[in-house]
Design a protein around this ligand. Structure first.
Ligand code: IPM
Ligand code: MG
Length: 355
């Protein structure tokens, strides 16, 4: 089992180090190889996704990813920005299906920004399409390398697009995931305004007919954003496009208390996956030793389950995370009175001990 480890920028290196500690403690036979990605790779090699990093990722069974991005790269032309590394990995490896669970741990109900009764027992799965939509349409603007002699452009645009096969395959992923849960899918669109999302809605409906045992409803994205804070437990599986999924998954994560708790998996058609926390590189707290490593540790558990066929080990990690929460250990983002505040490294060590 070969794992490509790409820690990236900001808190990425700190949280990935803890996940590796946990993986090593399992005593399974992994081969792990680390490479630079994002701003760190740009600083060393002049590109956020160097050929060597991409090659390592392609050849691995799974990729454990930290986070990319730093304000100091905000003025770079678009193709050199750290974010291009994760977008490039998703596109090059065909990682089209992004699973972003939002689960509210019993011990963290009080850390949610919503009333406890609204979030207790919350367990939603957001399935975000990851390689299409406005993220990969045709852009033009001041920061594009192709702008050539027009640096002071008077307009900028991006194009939103989906192809039929792209929508069909993510629809199948969503319906199949729902079959293993409570058999309900909500497809989120903006069909009242956007042609792309009328197309999306029609195809989801069509594919849904092959899954008569799964109930399907459609919701506009603005309403979905509202329902997520009004009655989040009404949702089970949410399937949506790249852009809406980006936004709604951040929103859903906060319902659970902290984005620092949420793992994610990005899968391609051959079950190769990239596993990363749902949060970003948080340059404001990087190097302080206060980041929550649990989202990355739980991402490692997802990696064991989905790409490495190690269900028992995945469950061991998840149980160990429950144990440390039960022990009252909390990083700053989930701290509340009466609990014990710990650092990034202490949290990782506590999970290892609980294993
Ligand atoms: C995410 C992030 C990325 C995205 C950025 C870093 C490109 O926000 O994974 O949600 O927009 O997809
Ligand atoms: Mg995001």
């Amino acid at each position: 089992m070969k794992i490509a480890v790409l820690p990236g920028d900001g808190i990425g290196t700190e949280i990935v180090a803890e996940a590796i500690k946990v993986l090593k403690a399992l005593d399974l036979n992994f081969e792990m190889e680390t490479a630079l990605v994002g701003g760190a790779a740009y600083a060393a090699h002049g590109h956020p996704l160097p050929e060597s990093t991409l090659k390592l990722a392609k050849e691995a069974d799974a990729i454990l990813f930290g986070a990319v991005g730093d304000w100091k790269y905000d003025n770079l032309e678009r193709r050199l920005r750290p974010e291009q590394a994760i977008l490039g990995l998703r596109k090059n490896l065909g990682l089209f299906a992004n699973f972003r669970p939002a689960i509210c741990y019993e011990q963290l109900v009080g850390a949610s920004s919503l009333k406890p009764e609204l979030v207790a027992g919350l367990d939603i799965l957001i399935i975000r399409e990851l390689t299409g939509d406005i993220y990969f349409g045709q852009p033009r603007g001041r920061r594009m390398a192709t702008d050539g002699p027009f640096p002071g452009a008077e307009e900028a645009f991006d194009t939103m697009r989906y192809s039929r096969p792209e929508v069909e395959r993510i629809a199948h992923v969503a319906f199949q995931a729902a079959r293993k849960r409570s058999k309900r899918v909500t497809s989120v669109d903006k069909a009242n305004v956007l042609e792309t999302f009328q197309f999306w809605k029609d195809i989801i409906t069509e594919v849904g007919q092959q899954y008569p045992d799964v109930s399907l409803d459609h919701m506009y994205v603005d309403n979905a954003a509202m329902q997520l804070v009004k009655a989040p437990k009404k949702f089970d599986v949410i399937v949506t496009g790249n852009m809406f999924g980006d936004i709604l998954s951040d929103e859903a994560s906060m319902l659970t208390g902290s984005i620092g708790m949420l793992p994610s998996a990005s899968m391609n058609a051959s079950n190769q996956g990239l596993y990363e926390p749902s949060h970003g590189s948080a340059p404001d707290i990087a190097g302080k030793g206060i980041a929550n490593p649990l989202a990355t540790i739980l991402s490692a558990a997802m990696m064991l389950r989905f790409s490495l066929n190690q269900e028992a080990a995945a469950q061991r990690i998840e149980a160990a995370v429950q144990t440390v929460l039960q022990q009252g250990l909390r990083t700053a983002d989930i701290y509340s009175e009466g609990t014990t505040r710990v650092s990034t490294v202490e949290m990782g060590s506590a999970v290892v001990k609980a294993l």
